[in-house]
Design a protein around this ligand. Structure first.
Ligand code: PMP
Length: 326
């Protein structure tokens, strides 16, 4: 779907998957005006196809657009593109629990202009790909690397937006994590380099035992981490499951001492792609530690099942989170 300043959004076209042509001077290639989203479509027991909170993805897309001086995209176009695509062939959406059609909405600046200013022309694209279960052999806890050498996002920057540049800047840290034998990066705040923010493509939760009560904690939204839709959903689901759920600052020092003192029993990452992924081992310049002996804990397992059941239509949608696509 093309956009021209002064004219607005034009008519979309449905095309077989393939390359798109662009001017070499297109703004996106030089100044990185590119935002995206990720959401999934799940086959429901009645044969229909539904998505999990696509309205929230649409709102976050527009928050990203605003930060990058890009135009707002109406929700009808955002969700309509998914409808148009899946209507072609419902069989593109695989059916088993854990499987889905992953959809990647993208907006790029296409105007050929070498001046540093917001583009006057944009293209919205939705591409899709069937996605198998992230853990076909059962959920496997990951090992994470706390990034002391690189920062993902600073106050006033683009951390809360889902823009290409955030990921470009994170790749070198991801490579370092791999070299250290880790699967994922844990990002810290830019100022004190002490407070945990999120992971490369997921938010993070910690599980504490406090006076006989199970407390689920996730870093508060400071503007420098992505407001994950899975994160928001899990805060609600955790409360419904009888856990206390908190959003607050949590430091690396606290993480380390809570593990050493046995007050923290689990940590897990969450996001659209991996749903819930337990964190089994932590490595950093400040020491290494294991969580729950490197095994999946009961809180992560329970929340994961609750979320998957909702998404696949196997539990009643009491929150109105499922949107029928076709
Ligand atoms: N943080 C980052 C940096 C991400 O890329 C993602 C994936 N969109 C998330 C968190 C999790 O967000 P969501 O639950 O909306 O997928």
């Amino acid at each position: 779907v093309p956009y021209v300043e002064g004219k607005g959004w034009g008519k979309g076209v449905l095309k077989a998957y393939g390359p798109i042509e662009m001017d070499p001077a297109a703004s996106v290639l030089h100044y990185g005006q590119a935002i995206f989203e990720g959401f999934k479509a799940y086959k429901q027991p009645d044969g229909s196809i539904a998505s999990f909170r696509p309205d929230a993805n649409s709102r976050r897309f527009n928050a990203s657009a605003a930060r990058l001086a890009m135009p707002e995209l109406p929700e009808e176009i955002f969700i309509g593109a998914a409808k148009a695509l899946i209507s072609q062939d419902k069989a593109w959406v695989p059916g088993a629990v854990g499987e889905s059609l992953y959809m990647r909405p993208l907006m790029i600046a296409t105007e050929a202009a070498l001046g540093v200013r917001p583009s006057n022309e944009y293209l919205f694209v939705l591409l899709a790909s069937p996605s198998g279960a992230y853990f076909p052999a059962g959920v496997k806890p990951v090992t994470v690397w706390i990034s002391d050498d690189y920062v993902r996002a600073a106050p006033g920057g683009t951390g809360f937006a889902k823009c290409a540049g955030n990921y470009a800047a994170s790749l070198v840290a991801q490579r370092q994590a791999k070299e250290e034998g880790c699967d994922q990066v844990v990002w810290l705040d830019a100022i004190q380099r002490e407070y945990i923010e999120e992971m490369g493509g997921m938010n993070i939760f910690f599980v504490y035992q406090e006076k006989g009560e199970t407390v689920v904690v996730t870093p508060e939204l400071t503007g420098t981490l992505l407001p994950g839709i899975t994160r928001d959903s899990l805060l609600q689901l955790a409360r419904e499951q009888g856990f206390r759920a908190e959003e607050r600052k949590i430091s690396v020092a606290e993480w380390k001492s809570a593990i050493a003192e046995g007050r923290m029993t689990e940590a897990f990452a969450c996001g659209t792609a991996a749903v819930i992924t337990p964190v089994g081992h932590v490595k950093s310049r400040r020491g290494n530690w294991d969580i729950n002996k490197g095994e999946t804990g009961p809180v992560a397992a329970k929340l994961r099942e609750a979320l998957l059941n909702l998404q696949h239509g196997l539990a009643p949608d009491t929150h109105g989170w499922m949107t029928k696509i076709v």
